[in-house]
Write a protein that binds this ligand. Structure first.
Ligand code: C2O
Ligand code: CU
Length: 489
């Protein structure tokens, strides 16, 4: 079924109920919306300066509300926001701090916040059962007990996570510590957050209305935003920059690279710095994952321009069949920085399989209930189960180490798997890409499984007892029920 038919048949009332009457619903789609065809990317003119979200040092007050933003040049769109426009402030804290955040819910539906990658007590984690009603509020008190890293925050109400994130509710959460500070990495204007999200528009407005096929593949947009703006540019000096990259898309995977074959230095991923820098010419980044990248623009002269691009990575999937530009860097001045890349970055204590007390196999390739769900295609599951709020699916012991094997070897979809409440290390990937990539050599909380892949991760559970979730971070899959509870006892 084409999306426009679906919109006419069933989603009009649901959409207008939550976003008001400004949503434009009658725009047409082309044949490219048919099953199996990519939503081809539409590039912009790269002539608006990148917006850097405001920085909130320590405690914050967030109001989830309706807003408007000029995401596409010259067009005003209705959004959801934690502030103005799209996205929330970047919250910054140091290891050892306790950060207080109040969330006011000014939406017409439930919401909450999950602090993606932070290790927190059960009642602070943003489990889908802990939500604020419309008009209500939540108070979070976040003890920061972990190392420096690029984390993020977003809503987690079951069934509406994807829509709320898509409409603009998300932000970065940066933790700093002395180990990181001792490296004197590029900072201030030379440290830039890069939040990448794809969006689908109808007319001027953002539209979130996945049909059955799009719940299968994930909802893919045609416009790629960086920090809430379509096709921006950043003026840079001809020296080193630190880019903290977050894939905040609901379902799109990027194969990031710089144009003209320029290399990038990966220094960190989800859970902070890698042991040592990894120089790459391209790197895959799935929904929910982060990268800490150093780029040296010193070989470019003033006036040169290069692009952050996503390279083609698939011949047959509904995504990855196209290379496209995300943003432009314009070198407009020389640099006076004298940063030199250190040969080692941080100490990462390696977890050994010998420490593991149990291996759990998690089958993520199965669809269940084929008759009932999504035009006979079934629903996304983990081990044949779909999410139930009050059912505990796995029980682990605080302080013990386990191996979890996510198995997508029989699957033909892309699943970025995320575990709340813990950081893990990758032991192996079998099938598909058949290797551990550069960004997977440190701590991770989200791991990308392409079709045919099976990945083993190892982790030690913290002493925070209680119920946490793990799920696919393709947010359409998550909302479809590809999420289970695990309990730390
Ligand atoms: Cu970023 Cu449970 O998610
Ligand atoms: Cu999935």
């Amino acid at each position: 079924m084409k999306r426009r038919d679906f919109i006419k048949k069933s989603s009009l009332s649901a959409l207008t109920a939550w976003v008001g009457s400004s949503m434009i619903l009658n725009a047409c789609h082309t044949e490219e919306d048919m099953i199996g065809e990519p939503n081809w990317i539409v590039e912009g003119s790269f002539d608006r300066p990148l917006i850097v979200p405001s920085i909130n040092n320590g405690s914050a007050s967030l109001n989830a509300q309706f807003s408007v933003s000029e995401i596409l040049k010259g067009k005003s769109s209705t959004t959801l926001s934690y502030g103005n426009g799209l996205l929330g402030p970047t919250i910054r804290a140091n290891t050892g701090d306790t950060v207080g955040v109040t969330l006011q819910n000014s939406l017409s539906e439930e919401t909450n916040i999950h602090w993606h990658g932070l290790i927190l007590p059960e009642d602070m984690d943003g489990h889908p059962k802990d939500v604020a009603s419309p008009g209500g509020s939540l108070n979070y008190s976040l003890p920061i007990i972990q190392r420096a890293g690029t984390y993020w925050y977003h809503p987690h109400p079951h069934g509406s996570t994807a829509k709320q994130v898509f409409m603009g509710l998300a932000g970065m959460f940066i933790v700093n510590d002395p180990e990181e500070a001792s490296l004197n990495l590029p900072s201030g204007e030379f440290e830039v957050p890069i939040i990448i999200q794809d969006k689908h528009f109808e007319g001027n407005n953002l539209e979130y209305s996945p049909v059955d096929d799009e719940i299968m593949t994930g909802y893919l947009g045609e416009q790629i935003l960086v920090n809430g703006l379509h096709a921006p540019y950043l003026s840079v000096a001809s020296g080193w920059y630190r880019l903290r990259v977050l894939n905040g898309s609901t379902a799109r995977v990027y194969n990031l690279a710089l144009s003209a074959g320029k290399q990038m230095v990966i220094i960190g991923s989800d859970g902070g710095l890698l042991p040592s820098p990894e120089t790459v010419s391209n790197i895959m980044l799935g929904p929910g994952e982060r990268l800490d990248i150093l780029v040296d623009f010193s070989d470019l002269s003033v006036g040169n321009e290069i692009y952050l691009v996503s390279n083609k990575f698939s011949e047959f999937n509904v995504q990855g069949r196209q290379s496209f530009n995300l943003m432009k860097f314009k070198v407009d001045r020389t640099s006076s920085s004298n940063f030199t890349l250190p040969s080692s970055l941080s100490t990462v204590a390696v977890l050994s399989p010998a420490q593991s007390v149990k291996t759990r196999i998690l089958d993520i390739a199965q669809m269940i209930g084929g008759e009932g769900g999504h035009g006979g295609m079934g629903r996304h599951s983990i081990n044949g189960k779909i999410f139930e709020m009050d059912r505990v699916d796995e029980t682990v012991s605080a302080g013990t180490t386990e191996i979890w094997e996510f198995d997508n070897s029989a699957g033909d979809e892309i699943h970025p798997m995320h575990i709340h409440g813990v950081q893990f290390q990758i032991l192996e990937r079998v099938g598909g890409r058949n290797k551990i990539i550069a960004s997977e050599k440190g701590w991770k909380d989200t791991i990308l499984l392409m079709p045919g892949e099976k990945v083993k991760v190892i982790m030690t559970f913290p002493d925070y007892t209680g119920v946490f979730v793990f799920h696919c971070h393709n947010l359409e899959h998550e909302d479809d029920g590809m999420m289970l509870n695990y309990k730390i006892v």
